[in-house]
Design a binder for this molecule. Structure first.
Ligand SMILES: NC(=O)c1ccc[n+]([C@@H]2O[C@H](COP(=O)([O-])OP(=O)(O)OC[C@H]3O[C@@H](n4cnc5c(N)ncnc54)[C@H](O)[C@@H]3O)[C@@H](O)[C@H]2O)c1
Length: 441
């Protein structure tokens, strides 16, 4: 069993990597200050953390020098993913802040790794395609980028510069201490779990707008002509796993497809997946960043045996469904409900027979409460609740279920408010013991 530290391990790429490392029998520690990550991203489908959070998760701010040392002292390998990453809006409005923070985060981690040069077996640093010179990304006629075009350096954004500085310091570390390193330069990564709020990147932001439409207008930053080489997080995790095995000592390696996809093409795919008729507005007053780019991934192929495997449409559908499930849950969670879980009467009812009782602790319009049990495969529409207009579920144990083919997992005590229409299509994908209230029509 090998021991790993994944910094930024509660983020999009980090949490997927942690799950993969754990699945392959390794011991994994995580440092993340939860600026954008969430510990729930480290849960498996049943809602259980894949690492023991009390002993293996550290809510540390890597801006503090030396803070990672006690964790680095315990591990064989460090995969350094923590950094400020965000959508174009945040990046262009916070250039100095982001530049300084990433420089400090990266330098602090690399300096701490240096102190353990006798025990650390390797450091993976993660760079970005944004560090390539803007002169190679300012035309719609895309010639795939090669690793040897990185210098002379001229990234377009503070983000690209800051990531490049960390890459340079990683090279110095290897040269001066002999600690094996590998820098993987990712193109635009998408997938779940991910931030889809104000600081999110283009794909999750577009998906959120499509799901919320027409409540939220479907505005696209820039002309839509600009293009990127989008790569699914599963492919990126494959690349990281391969790099941990055979990436050492080869300098920087790009991970991304050779195809450049325009934002307009992403918009069309997302609108199509939504099944809605959406008025798209391209806001050309907003920045759109580099014009276009893609990757010549022949170095990744020859050294790591890496190639992209997830098709863009399939990846987008998966991410769309994930964000939709989160938006429903976020919007529907009841936070101000009166009464507490422990006081809810249980075991009134097993199987399909229901007993409704009054729960005096509930809000006045919530007049009835019931509990029940579904076994795997049971569909709630078999149960009759015609007098109800909406339901509140509280799980008594961890459970997994789906509504309209979207998977949910809930930990004990989770409040979920579900409109009757959707509640009736709830399908238990694990045994599910629950308590619910019905609001009378
Ligand atoms: N997502 C992409 O398109 C992309 C492309 C190229 C490179 N990368 C790189 O991959 C890495 C992971 O990116 P991601 O997409 O998973 O982003 P993410 O935001 O989901 O993950 C980054 C994590 O770092 C954490 N973090 C930020 N500041 C911290 C601090 N001061 N101390 C401790 N933790 C901190 C955040 O909370 C977050 O969980 C980053 O280094 C990023 O630059 C990402």
């Amino acid at each position: 069993m090998k021991k790993y530290l994944v910094t930024g391990g509660a983020g999009m790429i980090g949490s997927n990597l942690v799950k993969r490392l754990v699945k392959e029998g390794n011991e994994v520690f995580v440092i993340d200050n939860l600026w954008r990550g969430k510990t729930e991203y480290l849960h498996d489908k049943t809602g259980k953390p894949v690492i023991p959070l009390e002993t293996h998760f550290f809510n540390y701010d890597l801006l503090e020098p030396g803070i990672a040392e006690n964790v680095i002292s315990k591990v064989d390998y460090v995969v350094h993913l923590a950094d400020i990453v965000a959508g174009i809006d945040y990046v262009f409005n916070n250039q100095s802040l982001l530049f300084r923070q990433n420089i400090f985060i990266n330098s602090n981690v690399i300096t701490s790794v240096r102190k353990f040069k006798d025990s650390i077996k390797g450091l993976i640093y993660v760079g970005t395609a944004c560090s390539f010179p803007l002169t190679r990304q300012n035309s719609l006629d895309v010639i795939p980028l090669r690793e040897d075009e990185l210098y002379p350096a001229l990234p377009e954004s503070a983000y690209g510069w800051s990531k490049l500085m960390g890459q340079y310091e990683t090279e110095l570390l290897e040269k001066e201490t002999g600690i094996p390193t590998c820098t993987l330069m990712f193109h635009n990564v998408y997938g779940s779990p991910c931030d889809f709020g104000e600081r999110s990147q283009v794909i999750p932001a577009l998906i959120r707008k499509a799901i919320n439409y027409p409540t939220e207008p479907f505005n696209v930053w820039g002309s839509g002509e600009q293009g990127r080489a989008f790569i699914h997080v599963d492919d990126v995790v494959n690349g990281l796993m391969l790099a941990l095995e055979k990436g050492w000592g080869h300098g920087h390696i790009q991970l991304g497809p050779s195809v450049c996809t325009s934002i307009k093409e992403i918009v069309e795919a997302v609108v199509d997946i939504s099944g809605k008729k959406i008025d798209v507005f391209y806001d050309t007053t907003k920045p759109e960043g580099d014009k276009a780019r893609s990757a010549d991934y022949s170095k990744a192929k020859s050294i790591l045996g890496w190639e992209p495997t997830v098709g863009l449409r399939a990846g987008l559908e998966q991410q769309y469904n994930w964000i939709k499930s989160k938006l429903i849950v976020e919007n529907e969670i009841v936070v101000s409900f009166l009464g507490d879980v422990a006081s809810i009467p249980t075991a009134h009812n097993v199987g399909t027979k229901k007993v409704f009782i009054t729960n005096e602790q509930c809000e006045s319009n919530v007049t009835q409460v019931a509990s029940g049990e579904l076994i795997k495969g049971d569909v709630i529409e078999n149960h009759q609740h015609n007098s109800m207009e909406e339901f509140y579920i509280i799980n008594e144990g961890t459970c997994v279920f789906s509504i309209n083919n979207i998977d949910y997992s809930c930990t004990p005590g989770t409040f979920l408010k579900i409109p009757a229409k959707t509640f009736h299509s709830l399908n238990a994908t694990s045994d599910l013991r629950f308590v619910y209230w019905g609001v009378s029509i």
